[in-house]
Design a protein around this ligand. Structure first.
Ligand SMILES: Nc1ncnc2c1ncn2[C@@H]1O[C@H](COP(=O)(O)OP(=O)(O)OP(=O)(O)O)[C@@H](O)[C@H]1O
Ligand SMILES: [Mg+2]
Length: 583
């Protein structure tokens, strides 16, 4: 505002006094600074210190190439200035048909000059063209160099110019500042001294401020785009990480709407993220365990997290045991913004614990059973011997008695085999490990089992992966597992179908997989959970020990058995045995 006052208040007449002081200065006489505007005085001091020649301008000019390069860097500012320059031109032309508007870069080099025809003819003695440097040290104080020197808008009027060439001109300049307060460009207006209008200065400053605001806005828009890009990348990274982990992750917003549902959560609930995303978590139906949903919703409602709560949940097929941990998500004002739930599937762990409990029970029962079995087997062996003897002796006389005796012997044999099985389960022998080829073992087993299968109208095929590494196992025990699984398959099939024995090597996991695959009736989901429980059988004459024995043997080999079954399609038992096992 001070500067505007100056333009209005410095009367043209005072120029002659100013001129006298200027002359004193350039002839080296001392001048009284107090009779000058302080800005003019210090500008003259600066020019004198730099050795500016007041009668001859030193022209420093950019090469055409450099000029084009600098203009291209300033393109955005030049474009933004266009409409403002038109406004300034229109306003100036109402009171003077001679004017120049120039835009310079941060070093004072003129990038563009705007004028009208009449002015162009007048310009001939002024070095006002693109490429020329208007720094004070070449041209003296002016609307570009002095703005760069003091960083503020200003006006240099007539004889206030250090260089005599500009004494007939008034030069008004305003800086265009960047975000960091540094000057990016200067806009300057030249009008003949005495024809200044009170609007010249305010228009110039307003144009500079408008460009600054527009630059700021573009910058903010750019930053916004950049933030959006970063946010998108972060969301992608979050999805990749959360989808790679084995725990289910569910994120809700504060309304309880699902905003994220990872792959493991899809598996737990047997539900696609696209089906539940955007829905309220409450929408999961009753059968999929209310308690889990409530825990996460309660986290939001009660603003408190839950730690290690175990829940039982049902997806479409199985009961699942889940360990639930929930946390609150808060916004920048610390208000509740949602909740995140982490669900660890501990079903297999619980199953194994149940199996261990069974085994512990069996171990106690086994101690007792072993003694009892011993006591029963000895008399049984005598009874069988006598039955055999009687069958032979009486059989010659009475064929009906022979038949009865043979039934007795069969029943005794079945009781004996039950006792054997039970003993094996209760007190398993430690495996006698030796290196062997699993493929060879299967081939020799298949040769024997084939005839048994053939009699029941079932085909036996093998699908063995070549180059399996050798494996350290107890051959007899693994053969027994094979026999149990093949017998189950055979018994399940209705006198037709195929059993496939397959092997595969899983290098990464350092495991060999041996599968027994049948196309029988399959196993219902309720029964799947009971497999391996001692005495679980669906057969009239089954003991329900075959799978328990097989699980125990494979456990002792530090392997595991996995079952896949579909009703009406068939069953696959996969035995995974470790390779490179040291015992
Ligand atoms: N391949 C299969 N197809 C269909 N059901 C099967 C299959 N394998 C096992 N099962 C089911 O699992 C149950 C338990 O099998 P397991 O071998 O432990 O006992 P079992 O065969 O009934 O009696 P055991 O083997 O002692 O004579 C079976 O009764 C059967 O219902
Ligand atoms: Mg069986």
């Amino acid at each position: 505002m001070i500067v505007i006052d100056r333009i209005i208040s410095v009367p043209h007449l005072n120029q002659s006094r100013l001129y006298i002081r200027w002359k004193k200065l350039i002839s080296g006489q001392p001048i009284d600074g107090e009779k000058l505007f302080s800005e003019t005085y210090s500008a003259w001091q600066r020019c004198a210190a730099c050795g500016v020649n007041p009668f001859k301008l030193q022209i420093k000019c950019l090469s055409e190439e450099e000029l084009q390069y600098r203009k291209s860097r300033m393109r955005e500012i030049l474009n933004l200035l266009q409409s403002h320059i038109e406004t300034i031109k229109r306003t100036l032309s109402t009171h003077s048909n001679v004017y120049f508007i120039a835009v310079a870069d941060q070093e004072g080099y003129i990038m563009e000059v705007y004028s009208d025809r009449a002015s162009e003819n007048t310009v001939c003695n002024l070095p006002l063209y693109p490429g020329v440097c208007f720094d004070e040290k070449y041209i003296g104080n002016n609307g570009i160099g002095s703005v760069l020197a003091i960083g503020k808008p200003l006006a240099v009027i007539g004889a206030e110019h250090y260089s005599k060439l500009f004494h007939k001109w008034t030069s008004v300049g305003a800086p265009i500042l960047g975000d960091d307060g540094k000057i990016l460009a200067v806009i300057k207006v030249n009008i003949p001294c005495g024809l200044e209008s009170p609007y010249t200065f305010s228009l110039t400053v307003a144009a500079a401020k408008a460009v600054e605001a527009a630059l700021k806005q573009t910058q903010m828009e750019r930053q916004l785009q950049e933030f959006k890009k970063i946010l998108r990348q972060l969301m992608q990274q979050r999805d990749i990480i959360f989808n790679a982990i084995s725990q289910g992750v569910v994120i809700l917003n504060k309304e309880g709407t699902v905003t994220f549902f990872n792959k493991a959560a899809e598996r737990i609930w047997n539900l696609q993220a696209s089906e539940i995303g955007g829905e309220n978590f409450n929408c999961l139906d009753e059968s999929r365990c209310r308690r889990l949903e409530l825990l996460l919703l309660r986290t939001i409602r009660e603003a408190k997290p839950f730690t290690n709560i175990e829940c039982k949940c049902k997806n479409d097929q199985h009961d699942k045991f889940l360990l639930v941990n929930t946390s609150l998500l808060r916004d920048e004002n610390d208000a509740v913004a949602g909740a995140i739930g982490i669900y660890t599937d501990v079903t297999e762990l619980r199953r194994q614990e149940a199996r261990i409990r069974e085994q512990e029970k069996l171990a106690v029962v086994g101690q007792m059973a072993a003694g009892m079995a011993h006591e029963i087997r000895n008399p049984l062996a005598s009874v069988r011997g006598f039955a055999q003897l009687m069958s032979e002796k009486i059989g010659q006389i009475n064929s009906t008695f022979k038949e009865y005796m043979e039934i007795m012997i069969q029943e005794i044999d079945q009781a004996d085999s039950f006792i054997n099985n039970f003993l094996q389960l209760a007190r398993p022998k430690p495996p006698a490990m030796q290196q062997c080829s699993l493929n060879e073992l299967i081939t020799s087993f298949a040769r024997i089992f084939e005839s048994q299968a053939f009699l029941r109208g079932v085909k036996l095929k093998t699908d063995l992966q070549e180059d399996l590494p050798p494996i350290i196992i107890d051959r007899d025990q693994i053969k027994q597992v094979l026999l149990n699984l093949c017998q189950n398959a055979l018994q399940a099939m209705d006198l037709r179908g195929t059993i496939i024995l397959a092997t595969s090597h899983h290098k990464e996991e350092k495991e060999i997989c041996l599968s027994v695959i049948d196309d029988g009736p399959g196993i219902s989901p309720e029964n799947l959970d009971k497999l391996g429980t001692p005495f679980f059988t669906t057969k009239d004459k089954g003991t329900g020990l075959g799978l328990s024995i097989s699980y125990t043997i494979v456990d002792r080999h530090r392997g595991r058995i996995e079952v896949d079954s579909k009703l009406g399609e068939g069953t696959r038992f996969s035995i995974y045995l470790p390779v490179d096992q040291q015992f």
